[in-house]
Ligand binder design. Structure first.
Ligand SMILES: NC(=O)c1ccc[n+]([C@@H]2O[C@H](COP(=O)([O-])OP(=O)(O)OC[C@H]3O[C@@H](n4cnc5c(N)ncnc54)[C@H](OP(=O)(O)O)[C@@H]3O)[C@@H](O)[C@H]2O)c1
Length: 303
């Protein structure tokens, strides 16, 4: 196996493969230092910034470079004299399909996208692959090889179509990056710590977030939703909107958008009537429109 791209994903995969008893033959990266550092970590004999250093014995290539670099890397690899018809090549993008590897497919390689649905840094332990979904898409034979690799790492392979990938990845980005952004907003709204040594106020909501996640895992969004929107407490929602409009108007559109989704969930669960839902939606729309008209949309990153 060879890893191309010695960043967060490449490191996690290389360590995962080695932890499960397999060898990494080569690490290729943009800079020699990155390639060498990862090769040393996983005892790989070859480390290089040159694609032509790919050993001909390698039968599995995992391309772990930024999404926008995948096509360029595939083009460069396709120029390397290699037994491509005997080789599986995967990239690890959640959004891109296996078509990004077309130059290698034209050389006869079996291509796939192999996307571990997890967030990784270079220090993420191999155990992070256990029980996670690995989204696979591409040539049948390559997907079978991807399933074997996913299982070797302890993951759960799931087949996707090329058309499903961007939407699947938008969901993943919202679940991870969206949650981080939401909690950054939560922190912005909480009072600032009084003493320098006080724990960050974000800790206040940790039990709330954890309990909410426990409820969600046991039931569904419809079963887990509580709060003023689900109760139809219009006055409380108005109170929130007024407070936000006074001090953090850039957050009103976000509050309105998320509350609109809460209304949809509450209607589906049967907790809100059609009339209650309409009243709340009117209120949310009016507040978001008023803030946007005043130029307090969420688009200004300086807030
Ligand atoms: N990190 C995650 O949580 C995660 C999760 C699922 C999927 N992914 C996917 O994994 C892929 C890599 O993401 P990442 O987070 O690992 O990014 P990253 O930490 O920025 O690492 C990317 C690596 O690619 C290397 N690189 C860039 N251009 C290259 C080129 N032309 N040839 C060879 N190597 C090149 C860089 O090398 P140098 O260090 O040598 O400059 C860098 O180490 C992306 O497709 C991403 O969507 C990431």
């Amino acid at each position: 196996m060879a890893i191309v791209g010695a960043g967060a994903m490449g490191t996690a995969l290389a360590r995962g493969v080695v932890a499960n008893g397999h060898r990494v033959e080569a690490v290729l990266s943009r800079t020699p230092a990155s390639a060498q550092a990862l090769a040393k970590r996983v005892d790989a004999p070859v480390a290089s910034a040159e694609k032509r250093a790919l050993p001909n014995s390698v039968r599995r290539v995992l391309i772990c470079v930024p999404d926008d670099a995948i096509v360029g890397v595939a083009e460069a690899l396709a120029k390397v004299d290699h037994s491509w018809p005997d080789t599986f090549v995967a990239h690890t993008s959640g959004e891109k399909s296996a078509a990004a590897l077309a130059p290698l497919r034209e050389q006869g390689a079996a291509t796939l996208s192999f996307h571990p649905l997890q967030t990784f840094t270079a220090e993420t332990p191999p155990a992070a692959f256990e029980d996670i979904i690995v989204g696979l898409q591409g040539d049948d034979l390559a997907v079978e090889a991807g399933e074997a690799l996913a299982r070797l790492l302890g993951g759960r392979p799931v087949r996707l179509t090329a058309e499903q990938k961007a939407r699947y990845h938008a969901a993943a980005a919202l679940a991870s990056n969206g949650l981080v952004a939401l909690l950054a907003v939560v922190e912005e709204l909480l009072p600032e710590a009084k003493e320098e040594d006080d724990p960050p106020a974000i800790n206040w909501v940790a039990p709330l977030v954890e309990r909410t996640w426990t409820h969600l895992k046991r039931s569904s969004p419809e079963g887990a939703l509580t709060g003023p929107v689900a109760r139809g407490d219009q006055g409380t929602v108005e109170g929130h909107l007024d407070a936000l409009a006074d001090e953090t108007p850039h957050l009103v559109p976000l509050y309105a958008a998320l509350s609109t989704e809460m209304v949809r969930v509450a209607v589906r669960s049967g907790r809100l009537s059609g009339n209650q839902a309409e009243t709340l939606l009117d209120l949310l729309r009016a507040s978001a429109d008023a803030t946007t008209d005043e130029g307090h949309g969420a688009s200004d990153p300086s807030h």
